[in-house]
Write a protein that binds this ligand. Structure first.
Ligand SMILES: Cc1cc2nc3c(=O)[nH]c(=O)nc-3n(C[C@H](O)[C@H](O)[C@H](O)COP(=O)(O)O)c2cc1C
Length: 390
């Protein structure tokens, strides 16, 4: 069974991520892991922190001679800013006078709910863990899941559909998403350069006014075979698992599979994807005229591309803060401000790719099993043949 979790505070010494259950014999490409981490740090509208950090995945265990050995893998991501926080966030008792309080909770962030829950007198420890810095650890293990999926021919990428008030209307084909991914510079990760420029203007507006933006990204999983996930139990459905995985990312407030939202307002004949029998390069000859289902029917992958959208609320740390209350005096004050991103849709898309890849890898391993890549791939090829013979 594939299991994973993360640890670490935003300004602590390091983040760590653990993943257990990957088969032995998977080639681990360090440059791929680091590029995925780099991608999460990109995008127009990021805060100053991205300039001081260049994440690298330091693998501590579970990989030897460049391959997984079946043991749990642990990865360490250093926080380069730690040197500036050692005295204010020490592991030992330290000097409490050097603590950096977050004196007034930010509406929309975890500050107030977290302080109440954990009985903290202010929100420093809350934001240290609630912060999306944590998503870097998920991207590191997600990159391993992607390498595993690549061995089965499956790829997972994302692109941006909406930033603020600007939305790309057309569906973006896989080849264009791939081309976006190959770029060495990331602006807003939108496939249409003209729309991307308008997205940039949206970010420029909030940079001027001290406000922030949300948006929508789409994750696409290419060449997923039919048969991952199942309708037989509620918690084994692929759509449910993907929704939870993407929703678990900081600031994601809605998840859509295929054109699920528009479908709710349309007639059945305009929504459902008619079936033919002529496909040439897919797992079976069954074909579809379109993919409104986003590659999932009945909680099972149907052989089409899987398309999952995540809807992000605007960043809650504002340079022109909203009204709040001082934790100590209970007097009305402006919410706390600390160096912050103003727009993170491309980065959230990369983190969501990791969550989608981890979910698909888990289900692929449940279906195909295998303690070594040789065994997993043999089982996978057997299933491919079964689909061909269907
Ligand atoms: C990649 C990424 C970067 C983020 N950066 C910031 C940030 O710099 N400042 C901020 O206030 N929120 C940021 N957020 C959002 C907060 O982490 C999030 O809103 C907060 O933890 C509360 O959780 P919730 O929005 O899921 O309720 C970011 C989210 C993502 C996905």
């Amino acid at each position: 069974m594939l299991r994973y979790f993360t640890a670490g505070e935003s300004h602590g010494e390091a983040l760590t991520a653990f993943i257990s259950g990957l088969p032995a014999g998977l080639k681990v490409d360090q440059a791929f892991l680091d590029r995925e981490l780099w991608r999460r740090q990109q995008g127009y509208g990021r805060g100053g922190r991205m300039k001081i950090e260049r994440d690298t995945a330091h693998i501590l265990s579970g990989v030897r001679h460049g391959q997984t050995i079946g043991s749990p893998i642990s990865i360490l991501l250093e926080n380069r800013d730690w040197k500036n926080w050692q005295e204010s966030l020490p592991v030992g008792e330290g000097d409490r006078a050097k603590h950096k309080r977050v004196a007034s909770p930010r509406p929309g962030h975890a500050d107030l709910a977290g302080a109440l829950k954990y009985n903290f007198s202010e929100a420093r420890y809350v934001l240290e863990r609630a912060s999306a810095r944590e998503s870097a650890a998920r991207v590191a293990i997600g990159a391993l899941a992607k390498l595993f999926l690549q061995e089965l021919g499956i790829e997972v990428l994302s692109h941006v559909i909406t930033t603020g008030a600007v939305t790309l209307q057309e569906e973006v084909p896989w080849e264009e998403i791939r081309a976006l991914h190959a770029k060495e510079e990331v602006l807003l990760n939108c496939a249409d350069p003209e729309v991307e420029q308008r997205m940039k203007e949206e970010v420029d507006k909030v940079l001027r006014t001290g406000d922030s933006l949300g948006g929508v990204f789409e994750v696409v999983a290419h060449k997923v075979p039919p048969g991952l996930g199942t309708y037989v139990q509620w918690d084994e459905r692929l759509d449910a698992l993907l929704a939870a995985a993407v929703m678990s990312l900081q600031a994601v407030k809605a998840v859509e599979i295929g054109s699920g939202v528009a479908a709710a307002y349309a007639a059945g004949s305009a929504v459902h994807d008619e079936i033919g029998y002529e496909a040439k390069d897919n797992f079976t000859a069954f074909s579809r005229t379109r993919n409104n289902a986003g590659g999932i029917e009945g909680g099972v992958s149907n052989g089409q591309e899987i398309r999952v959208r995540g809807y992000l609320k605007p960043i809650s740390t504002l340079r022109r803060p909203l009204q709040s209350v001082d934790f100590t005096t209970r007097e009305p004050v402006k919410a706390a401000y600390e160096r912050s991103d103003v727009c993170v849709v491309p980065a959230a898309g990369v983190a969501a790719e990791a969550m989608v890849a981890l979910t698909l890898a888990r289900l692929a391993l449940e279906k195909f099993g295998g303690d070594s890549m040789l065994e997993t791939k043999r089982n996978f090829e057997g299933y491919r043949q079964q689909l061909k013979d269907f």
